[in-house]
Design a protein around this ligand. Structure first.
Ligand code: ADP
Length: 447
């Protein structure tokens, strides 16, 4: 297949199609996975931030007495709280969840009065933070070192439900960004690798898909060259005969008769070949669409009697004994096409007669088993070698080319037999030993 330009081109274009479609699907899938991971993390962080904000809101409000005034008592809850005008030491109370979060450098808390003036802060230090109050809204901000934060603003009320001021709670997204970045790189580096694998797999799949097409293409090529070859011999013989007549100076009536007989013989070979080819192509079409041809009930006993009668002359001519062996008392009926079944058996019997030396025996044996009718054509002829057995049903295959050619056989007889058996949902088996004989067993379903 690799040497055929057309198939190589088709394989390449199939590979491109497969690879682009699968790569597209994989790229979309990768993007989807990435987006879901980012989304899942955002949801987790938002929930964490809302929980922390809610806890603070509920704990702080009972301690807020005067609006816009941040009392030192808040330090009980936020130990590292630093009021704006205060010098702050770093002193943490251990074993508190909030303290631990702050210690981990994840959170900042900023208190503003109602006019937006900073009152105090706790947690990590973040520059470039301007006060913006967006009620219960989450937003992303960035500091001068390009670190991202997720921030939530909360309006706080005093104990007696007056508006007190604002609390901005933010969480650093540094660990989250690192994680997402790692995933991004992993996917970005993995994607080309996956695409390379997809291209290799597509090349392999395209080759697999093309192989049956290539095989049937080869068969068609072989078939055409076989047909041409088969036609060439009789046509060349006819031409040579005609040329000899043209060159001959004087010919008698007897000579003319002999010449016409030769031309007629070669012509008959061509007719036989064309007829066999037609039969085969019709059988091929029928086998693809089994209901086209009419099927009737066939009495096999009658058919075998007719066949034996018709071929008795050929058997006598070849000095062969042709006999029947009917092993069933009942009438054997099968459903099928009578002309085809007749052709099937006649091909097998003619082959048996032609391939059996003088004084040999050809038997047509008919029997039935539970499900099938069995017809065996048994001969005591030259037999078929083990190498030839698997090839014998191929079109134009001949065991001994020179001998069969001489007899005018087309090499399509067993191919026709095989097609007919196939059409009748049957099977054919061959047992043979060189110089001992052959048995062709045809199994057909009972009517
Ligand atoms: P052909 O029409 O040339 O006989 P077939 O397809 O019928 O072609 O047979 C294929 C080959 O098998 C032929 O070369 C033939 O000699 C061989 N063959 C068929 N039947 C027998 C048999 N009963 N014994 C030995 N050889 C056989």
């Amino acid at each position: 297949m690799n040497n055929n330009h057309l198939f190589k081109k088709t394989q390449l274009s199939l590979t491109c199609w497969y690879a682009s479609i699968f790569s597209g699907i994989i790229a979309l899938g990768t993007l989807g996975v990435y987006e879901s991971i980012v989304h899942a993390h955002y949801v987790t962080i938002n929930n964490e931030l809302k929980t922390v904000a809610g806890t603070f809101h509920d704990t702080l409000e009972p301690l807020l007495i005067e609006p816009n005034k941040l009392d030192k008592t808040i330090k009980n809850i936020l130990p590292d709280l630093c009021l704006v005008k205060e010098k702050c030491k770093e002193k943490y109370h251990k074993n508190r969840y909030i303290t631990r979060l702050i210690q981990q450098g994840k959170y900042y808390f900023k208190f503003y009065d109602l006019s937006g003036n900073l009152l105090g802060n706790a947690g990590i230090n973040i520059d470039k933070l301007y006060f913006i109050y967006l009620e219960n809204e989450l937003k992303n901000i960035k500091d001068s070192q390009q670190i991202n934060y997720r921030q939530l603003s909360v309006l706080l009320h005093t104990k007696d439900n007056q508006e007190w001021g604002y609390l901005l709670i933010g969480r650093s997204l540094e660990d989250f960004d690192n994680y997402v970045n790692n995933i991004k790189w992993f996917l970005l580096l993995g994607l080309p690798l996956l695409i390379i694998l997809v291209i290799l797999a597509s090349w392999y799949l395209a080759k697999k898909a093309m192989l049956p097409v290539y095989k049937s293409y080869q068969q068609i090529q072989q078939f055409s060259s076989d047909v041409a070859h088969e036609l060439r011999t009789p046509l060349a013989a006819i031409k040579a005969t005609i040329d000899s007549v043209i060159l001959a100076e004087k010919l008698s009536i007897k000579d003319y008769q002999e010449i016409l007989l030769t031309i007629n013989r070669q012509n008959q070979r061509i007719i036989n070949l064309v007829n066999d080819l037609l039969t085969l192509s019709r059988l091929d079409a029928i086998n693809e669409n089994k209901h086209i041809i009419e099927k009737t009930d066939i009495n096999l006993l009658d058919l075998i009697h007719d066949l034996t009668e018709e071929l008795a002359f050929l058997a006598v001519e070849n000095n062969i004994k042709l006999q029947q062996n009917i092993q069933s008392q009942e009438i054997i009926i099968i459903r099928g096409n009578e002309a085809q079944i007749y052709r099937l058996l006649s091909n097998l019997v003619v082959n048996a007669i032609q391939n059996t030396p003088e004084h040999g025996l050809v038997t047509i044996l008919l029997s039935v088993n539970k499900k099938e009718v069995v017809i065996k054509i048994i001969d005591t002829g030259i037999g078929i070698s083990e190498e030839d057995k698997p090839l014998i049903f191929n079109r134009f295959y001949r065991v001994d080319k020179s001998r069969n050619h001489h007899q005018g056989n087309s090499g399509l007889g067993l191919a026709i037999v095989n097609s007919i058996v196939l059409f009748h949902n049957g099977r054919i088996e061959l047992k043979s030993k060189i110089n001992q004989g052959s048995i062709f067993s045809v199994y057909l379903p009972k009517s």
